[in-house]
Design a protein. Structure first.
Length: 101
């Protein structure tokens, strides 16, 4: 069985932009970049949505802006979890201050 290829975010962006911005045809881009038409069409659609500010759930962002948004959302989620842990720890310490001396 053939192993599935993986592509970088930059590669996907370059391929999609060749179609969207440079007016290259899907078959031409597929041939020149050695990528299948189904994958390329999926990337094109994702880049179109991301350029409109619409993230595609369940996918890694292709555009730089959406990538940054995903990273920031993940950071916010982590910070919220850390704050919740700190609140619980503080409440525990305050409930019985002699317990931890």
């Amino acid at each position: 069985m053939q192993e599935r290829k993986t592509y970088t975010r930059e590669f996907k962006m370059r391929a999609a932009c060749m179609v969207l911005d440079d007016n290259c045809s899907v078959p031409d881009v597929c041939a020149s970049m050695d990528v299948g038409p189904t994958a390329l069409r999926r990337w094109i659609e994702q880049v179109r949505k991301e350029r409109k500010g619409q993230p595609v759930p369940g996918t890694k962002a292709i555009t730089a802006e959406q990538k940054e948004l995903q990273e920031l959302r993940a950071k916010i989620k982590r910070l919220e979890m850390e704050a919740e842990i700190l609140k619980k720890a503080t409440a525990l310490l305050m409930s019985d201050p002699d317990r931890f001396r």
